[in-house]
Write a protein that binds this ligand. Structure first.
Ligand code: ADP
Length: 348
């Protein structure tokens, strides 16, 4: 050992410092009196600490009584794993802490080491997933209980009256169709979210793509006395033709569903200053209140629940549109003057 260079110890400490600073987890080292000896950068970032906190206690720095209690509990137990705390504040955080008491060679308590793992993102995802499952169950339950209720009434004797039976069977059929649409939309969302959708990007003639979509909706519009107008410029766009049709179809479908009977739906597109193509779909219906303009793209968000259900809506159409537009590298948004209609835009 004699021949070793004197810088061995500092080099080792440097090494340790680099390891601590490069950790994703927050690290806190306390001395035997519970005073902070070392806090790495991740810890400072986690709690927004900008000053030197060495020499302070956990409670002085963070004011988190649960954390102080955790440190105290290490008087009686050597180690605590997976301790979770919620840190209040403007942006609520979830942290998981692993803590251990450090003993010297003589078995005397020497200090404490705490490792902080940020669980916020994970918790948010978990909450979103739970909310989604609750929403899906609710959406499936409504048509299903109607189907069951009407089928039972038919079996209980309503089938003997042909007129009543036909009406009940129509309700069953309508709700079965709602279930089918919902499941189809859920499968599309799942495909989009798991990245299983491959785009087949080609050059598409916008005016022609719009014309084809409007042709498909001609009879639906006619049933409401609505006029469909194609104002799209004869522009080439780079898109997956099938997906572009789906995007346009969903927004035009909404414009007919929620637009004014006897009104007009116009679809147009032009090249924007950024070199992208901007497409719009405008109706002259009741429009969308300002506070809902961004929310309509959320899954299952509806301005008027009863209206959407009555129109056979799943509440997923615009969420699918948003995914599809984003996977083309574009953006989708809506503007509206309540009472004067809504306009949906997307860029490609
Ligand atoms: P839905 O299946 O309910 O139509 P969407 O995701 O397609 O679901 O739309 C979400 C909600 O946005 C609709 O329920 C409706 O309240 C509102 N909305 C969409 N398009 C229009 C429109 N053109 N005019 C007024 N409201 C609209």
């Amino acid at each position: 050992m004699k021949g070793q260079p004197p810088q061995t110890v500092p080099a080792f400490q440097d090494h340790q410092q680099v390891i601590f600073e490069s950790m994703i987890e927050g690290l806190l080292l306390l001395d035997e009196h519970g005073r902070i000896q070392l806090a790495n950068r991740a810890f400072a970032d986690l709690f927004g600490i900008t000053s030197d906190i060495r020499g302070w206690t956990v409670i002085e720095v963070l004011r988190l009584h649960e954390l102080a209690a955790l440190v105290n509990s290490l008087e009686t137990q050597k180690q605590v794993s997976g301790f979770e705390i919620k840190v209040p504040g403007p942006t609520e955080r979830w942290l998981q802490i692993n803590a251990a008491a450090i003993y010297n060679g003589g078995g005397k308590r020497h200090g404490t080491v705490l490792v902080f793992h940020d669980l916020t993102r994970l918790k948010q995802l978990e909450n979103a997933r739970q909310e989604f499952v609750a929403n899906v169950s609710h959406e499936l339950r409504t048509p299903l209980s109607l189907i069951k209720g009407y089928a039972e009434t038919l079996l209980d004797g309503a089938k003997d009256n042909p007129e009543t039976a036909t009406r009940f069977l129509q309700t069953i059929d309508r709700n079965a169709e709602r279930l089918r649409l919902l499941i189809e939309d859920l499968l599309t969302i799942s495909e989009l979210e798991t990245g299983r959708v491959r785009l087949n990007i080609q050059t598409v003639a916008l005016a022609q793509a719009v014309a084809e979509v409007l042709e498909d909706f001609k009879s639906r519009a006619a049933a409401k006395g609505m006029t469909l107008v194609n104002q799209a410029a004869d522009l080439p766009v780079r898109a997956d033709p099938g997906r572009l049709e789906q995007i346009l179809g969903n927004i035009v479908d909404n414009a007919i569903k929620y637009g004014r009977a006897g009104g007009t739906v116009s679809v147009g597109g032009r090249a924007s200053d950024t070199g992208q193509v901007e497409v719009f779909i405008q109706d002259d219906g009741p429009g969308i209140p300002p506070e809902a303009l961004e929310r309509v793209f959320e899954r299952f968000y509806r301005v008027d629940k009863a209206r959407s259900r009555e129109q056979g809506g799943t509440g997923l159409g615009l969420a699918i549109v948003k995914h599809l537009v984003q996977s083309h590298g574009g953006r989708v948004w809506a503007t509206s003057r309540p009472g004067c209609g809504a306009t949906f835009y997307f860029s490609l």
